[in-house]
Design a protein around this ligand. Structure first.
Ligand SMILES: Cc1ncc(COP(=O)(O)O)c(C=O)c1O
Length: 426
């Protein structure tokens, strides 16, 4: 299948497997069992419209962080009431668009944001449903510090000691209504303990709010962050995650909102790329591919390890990881153990790599490689850096596939630009 996709759509191309998304969703649903809950897919993980529509059909709501994600979620058919708007820096225009659309919940992250929502909410007839994203001061042991978001001193959420005053300010207003308290403590969290610690803090807060006479909550939000396996290292067992957050549902009697992104789509996708060249320099062996850091940023940004396999040899060949008998590259000796190679992209950056120190004996010019576990934060974080059109995206469903985002062309790179500026005197 992957060879046929590459032949039809070219490379680099992201390929997503619909069945994998369905299975992950069902795993999570099954683990949640009878606990009242709602799954809001975190759109940022993979915001392709076809993926969004797939997740919506499974019964998920959406978790968004921008006006652009709002537009995507609406276009994919999510009912506005099933959309939760999170994010530390929502602009006034984005908040207004969300209120106009009628999103179900706006998770506030500061008193300043409350002031804007209040003003925008005036005269709308019904109070705006807001939540407070709490910073529970919980350290989650994520693989990279950039993916932690729940510790004190970080930009995310409202510090614990400011939550009750903010809730009182909300309760004092007629145009807003406090409907939720929540957290999102990071991404790629493999252990249940941080969830349990954060959930306990949220349960405490709900009790304090009720003591303060604030009884308008209709949900508690435990965010996303559920880890998957990237080949080495475990993901989180859905049952362990559920065991960690279930006490919050029991203690509060409220439904739990969950915002998984990576868990649903991460291992559903791979990035297909062709080997352009091989070369040796300073004792290192390089496999140069037609995908680079502008297509998949995670290795460069987070030093994330993605497994890379040979799908087909030069000129097509049999499919299967390393399955084809492949002619050696110029520097590969047939009888010697395969050299470790660095798989690098065409971008003009030394940090442009897809994988370092890999054993890939079949990675000769023309071979097709698959960078695995690239369904989350892959295409969404890609860019046109070095004026490289972004990759195509393909959805596979059973034995069919469809291009769900066409490959960008050079004209896309220059859309909206001009060589003859229309000056405004300032
Ligand atoms: C508020 C919020 N919810 C959910 C997520 C999804 O995280 P993950 O893809 O790790 O599940 C994120 C990711 O950054 C987030 O910021």
């Amino acid at each position: 299948m992957l060879g046929r996709v590459a032949a039809a759509a070219g490379t680099p191309v992201y390929v997503y497997d619909a069945d994998h998304v369905r299975r992950q969703f069902q795993l999570l649903q099954a683990a949640l069992g009878t606990i009242p809950h709602r799954i809001h897919y975190s759109v940022k993980a993979n915001s392709n419209l076809a993926v969004l529509a797939l997740v919506r059909h499974l019964g998920a709501g959406a978790d968004i962080v921008s006006g652009g994600e709002l537009a995507r979620a609406l276009k994919a058919g999510f009912p506005p009431v099933d959309i939760v708007f999170s994010g530390v820096g929502k602009s006034e225009a984005e908040l207004e668009a969300a209120l106009d659309a009628g999103v179900g919940l706006i998770n506030l992250e500061s008193a300043g944001e409350l002031a804007v929502v209040r003003r925008l909410g005036q005269g709308r007839g019904t109070p705006v449903a807001v939540g407070i994203r709490v910073n529970p001061d919980v350290a989650a042991d994520t693989p990279h510090p950039y993916t932690q978001t729940g510790r004190s001193g970080m930009k995310f959420g409202v510090p614990l000691d400011q939550v009750i005053p903010l809730a009182r300010a909300i309760a004092a207003e007629g145009d807003v209504m406090l409907r939720s308290v929540g957290m999102h403590i990071g991404s790629q969290i493999a252990a249940p303990e941080p969830y349990a610690a954060g959930a306990a803090r949220l349960a405490d807060l709900v009790a304090q709010l009720r003591e303060a006479g604030i009884v308008t909550l209709t949900s508690v939000d435990v965010g996303g962050g559920l880890a998957i396996s990237y080949g080495c290292g475990p993901g989180i067992a859905p049952s362990a995650f559920v065991a960690a957050v279930a006490p919050l549902a029991r203690a509060t009697g409220l439904p739990v909102l969950i915002e998984p992104g990576r868990f649903l789509v991460g291992n559903a996708g791979c990035l297909l790329t062709r080997v352009l060249y091989r070369k040796r320099s300073g004792g290192r062996e390089f496999v140069i591919t037609d995908a680079g850091m502008n297509d998949l940023l995670r290795p460069s940004l987070y030093q994330a390890r993605h497994e890379i396999v040979v799908v087909a040899g030069a000129g097509g060949g049999a499919e299967g990881a390393g399955g084809a008998e492949l002619s050696s590259g110029p520097s590969a000796a047939p009888s010697a153990p395969p050299a470790l190679v660095d798989v690098v992209g065409p971008n003009c950056e030394s940090g442009d790599f897809l994988g370092l120190d890999r054993q890939l004996p079949g990675a000769v010019p023309g071979a097709l490689l698959a960078v695995l576990s690239a369904g989350a934060y892959g295409f969404g974080m890609s860019s046109q850096y070095n004026a490289r059109p972004r990759a195509a995206e393909v959805l596979v469903d059973g034995d069919r596939f469809a291009v769900v985002r066409r490959r960008e062309v050079v004209e896309d790179l220059m859309r909206g630009e001009t060589t003859t500026p229309d000056w405004t005197e300032a």
